[in-house]
Design a protein around this ligand. Structure first.
Ligand SMILES: [Zn+2]
Length: 824
């Protein structure tokens, strides 16, 4: 034992002395000697490429000076559900090099905790109270005066973006980086005056069975190769003043814990994220910008699309013009020799994936101030095809000869003449792309979503827009499907974020501007208060339209009926198999889904604002108003129309047109309904999917708890008991019927019973909510008492069993809802 220890000590001594000897011998070399014969990439931080060894060296001449370190994913996996897309940007870090003897440490400053404007000792006390992070330790390879050279190959050729973690988190297998199949990617490793860019090819390997999502998109799934990108960027130190955040306008906040704030003030200081934009003449109301904000559109986007992206992104020019910068915002095509990864370009990338998915706008942000250094927009190319799908489903433009298949119970169908051409459909898709480009650029200008804006004349491109389809003279009209410019809220927000006034006037000017927008009713509702099905704000909804969500649902029901009436062979271009009709039918049959969610927010819903106390009281007012009892009940009645069999049934003429999936078309981008009928279209299953939107939205535990809360505040408001009783009555009838209802009605009954059971068993729901759900099951059971058909008897027994025992009985799980978002 003892001998072993001594041997180990000797070995480690030997290792240390060898390492020291190596360090000593290499450091004696000058940089010039060490890099002789290597290829130099000169720029912000010079790089040297050693072709013979495949090593990349970094020359460091600035120590203890902060710069920005940014990792991104230059070439992705191409799978939307995994979420490793080309152009994805990771978090930004403010870092500095520290030299300690033969080592150079890369240290990330902790900017979450500060003492703003305090004396140096106070700042140091805060800085030393919280951890920093040393991201890497380099060994000095050569030195010359203040400059050192380090071998940075291992620093760059590593999984800095967290690809392996992401693959594990999405259950695609445990991949590890294989260094033998990884290398520096020279074509996109470049140095510029203000930034040094390094790209690496990384191969991740696994001996597990690769997950299905990786298998779908990777030629040899055991080896998955992507490229990660490192940016080292100069940080500007002066000339940018952070702007205070205001919760009434949806800018992305940067929050700092400020330990120098007066003890009577909040600890947190909140600033907005925004680009730097300054007037050449700060005292003028309108002035040229010292440096305008320029966005560059991907030169890899097809011409037609590229133009739509330029047009849409350019909408923002109007908002900047209104903020006093006539040419403050510009859009250009990325020059052929420019690199979209170059930090100096704000870019709009056109990205391909195997399935349609989200687009997003991300920003490289100075963590010290919230200044946006680079806007990076990623647009998924397949969304435009989803638009074509919806538009062609709505208008059935492809064939005038066969006419529509038609609903027997829709007399309007007889008068419909297909008038929409291919051009109309393409036009609609391009209109959506313009809006999308504006939306994503909006994020990179610092704006968050505003999910109330669709309720006031398309107040913002930062809402999620559903195509507005109206009925004109019995015809579906798509001429105003999408916005054609930024909205009043957008102009107001840019004025707040980017307006510039002489320093003495700024605070007053900002306050005046905020008041002015609030007076004009420019309501902001955030993601948190809109995205969930159970959220409280009556006007916070996604993919909805119009000022009145209940009226809009009524209109959507009418549009859906007309669209289904003309749906048929004309919805498909010549030459495609008829089985593809199903994927075109899907978005039309489920057209109501988002407007259902929007209308449901009036049930147990409230209107509120992120009000701020001012000298004159809360601003804006009212602070919170419960939706009127009449409107809550009107919303409930309209929602329940969508679970009735006449709404859900498809005509047999249409069902006869849809064969099982054509041979050879089994995979691909077409999205079918889930089914229990093997290859045959499952119209009963589809009906439960369509009915589930209203049932599930109404039975959200948070909504149920609010109904009880609001009824407690005033018994004029509908209680949760009233809402569940209405659902049960709609699905099961007002009294116990003896006759067996139709197949769709039976399926909806089962769905309602299942969702009520889930709510009654949901241990996160309030006690009274669960009690109400059980009571509703008892009511449903009573309505089934006279039924003698198998489904009626078994459903009754299932409910009985559940009511006797607290554990949920074995029930058939409802069919999963097809992917809906993004709808274009
Ligand atoms: Zn968005």
């Amino acid at each position: 034992m003892r001998r072993l220890l001594i041997l180990a000590a000797l070995l480690s001594l030997h290792a240390v002395s060898t390492a020291l000897a190596q360090t000593a011998s290499t450091v004696t070399k000058t940089i010039a000697e060490r890099v002789a014969g290597l290829r130099k990439l000169d720029g912000y931080m010079p790089l040297y490429w050693d072709e013979a060894s495949g090593r990349l060296f970094l020359e460091i001449s600035r120590f203890d000076r902060e710069f920005l370190y940014q990792v991104s994913l230059a070439a992705g996996l191409g799978s939307n559900p995994v979420g490793l897309d080309r152009g994805q940007v990771g978090p930004s870090a403010a870092v500095r090099f520290e030299r300690v003897g033969p080592k150079v440490l890369l240290v990330q400053t902790n900017y979450g905790f500060r003492a703003l404007g305090a004396p140096a000792a106070e700042q140091r006390a805060v800085a030393d109270s919280f951890a920093t992070s040393v991201l890497w330790g380099f060994t000095v390879d050569a030195a010359e005066g203040e400059r050192v050279l380090v071998d940075a190959t291992s620093f760059f050729v590593r999984d800095a973006h967290g690809v392996a973690d992401r693959l594990r988190a999405t259950k695609q297998g445990s991949y590890r980086l294989d260094e033998t199949r990884s290398a520096v990617h020279l074509p996109r490793t470049r140095a510029f005056p203000k930034n040094t860019e390094v790209e690496v090819t990384l191969t991740f390997v696994t001996t597990d069975t690769p997950g299905p999502l990786v298998r779908e998109v990777t030629p040899a799934p055991q080896a998955m190769t992507v490229r990660e990108h490192h940016s080292l960027v100069e940080l500007q130190d002066d000339g940018y003043a952070p702007r205070r955040f205001d919760p009434r306008i949806g800018f992305v906040p940067l929050t700092v814990y400020d330990y120098a704030s007066p003890i009577t003030s909040p600890l947190e200081t909140r600033w907005i994220q925004r680009h730097r934009l300054q007037k050449t003449n700060p005292s003028a109301q309108r002035s040229d910008a010292v440096q305008p904000i320029v966005y560059y559109v991907d030169n890899g986007a097809p011409l037609l699309i590229r133009q739509a992206l330029i047009d849409g992104a350019s909408w923002w020019s109007r908002a900047f013009d209104a903020a006093g910068f006539p040419n403050g915002f510009q859009v250009k095509v990325l020059p052929a020799d420019a690199d979209p990864m170059d930090i100096r370009y704000n870019v709009i990338n056109w990205v391909h994936r195997s399935t349609r998915g989200w687009s997003y706008g991300e920003s490289v942000v100075d963590p010290r101030t919230g200044e946006i250094i680079k806007g990076n927009v990623t647009l998924g190319s397949l969304r435009v095809r989803q638009n074509i799908m919806i538009a062609s489903g709505l208008t059935s433009p492809f064939d005038g000869r066969n006419g529509s298949c038609g609903f027997a119970d829709a007399p309007e169908a007889a008068t419909l003449v297909p008038d929409a051409s291919d051009e109309v459909v393409t036009g609609l898709a391009l209109a959506r792309l313009r809006q999308l480009a504006a939306h994503e650029v909006g994020h990179t200008l610092g704006l968050e979503h505003n999910f109330a804006a669709s309720t006031y004349q398309r107040g913002s491109v930062m809402d999620y827009p559903a195509p507005l389809v109206t009925v004109k003279n019995g015809e579906l009209d798509l001429s105003e499907a999408y916005a054609t410019g930024v909205g009043a809220y957008d102009i107001w927000a840019i004025q707040f974020g980017y307006g510039q006034w002489p320093a003495a006037d700024e605070t007053a000017a900002l306050a005046r501007g905020v008041d002015d927008g609030l007076r004009r009713g420019l309501l902001f509702v955030s993601d948190e208060d809109a995205r969930g099905l159970g959220t409280a704000h009556a006007l916070g909804a996604l993919w909805d339209n119009g000022p009145d969500p209940i009226d809009a649902l009524k209109q959507q029901i009418q549009v859906r009926r007309l669209a289904l009436a003309r749906f048929g062979l004309g919805s498909l271009p010549d030459g495609l198999p008829l089985s593809l009709l199903e994927s075109r039918l899907l978005p039309i049959y489920l057209l109501h889904r988002y407007q259902v969610n929007a209308a449901a927010k009036s049930v147990g819903g409230a209107m509120f604002t992120y009000s701020v106390k001012t000298a004159t009281g809360p601003s804006p007012t009212p602070v919170l108003t419960i939706v009127s009892p009449e409107r809550q009940r009107a919303a409930l009645a309209t929602l329940l129309e969508t679970i009735a069999p006449p709404f859900l049934a498809l005509p047999s003429k249409l069902l006869e047109l849809i064969p099982p999936t054509a041979y050879g078309y089994g995979t691909g981008t077409a999205e079918p309904f889930a089914r229990r009928t093997s290859a045959v279209f499952d119209s009963i299953g589809a009906a439960t999917i369509a009915a589930d939107f209203a049932v599930s939205a109404l039975l959200q535990p948070e909504r149920a708890a609010r109904l009880i809360e609001f009824h407690g505040r005033s018994d004029l408001n509908p209680d949760f008991d009233e809402v569940v009783a209405a659902i049960v009555t709609k699905a099961f009838g007002a009294s116990a019927p003896a006759a067996t209802p139709g197949a769709i009605a039976r399926a909806v009954q089962e769905l309602v019973a299942t969702r009520l059971t889930e709510l009654a068993s949901n241990d996160a729901a309030a006690f009274e909510v669960r009690a109400g759900a059980r009571q509703a099951l008892r009511l449903a059971r009573g309505r089934l008492s006279a039924r003698t058909d198998a489904a009626g008897v078994v459903l009754r027994q299932t409910i009985d069993q559940y009511l006797r025992q607290p554990t949920p009985p074995a029930q058939t799980a409802p069919l999963p809802t097809p992917q809906g978002e993004p709808i274009g």
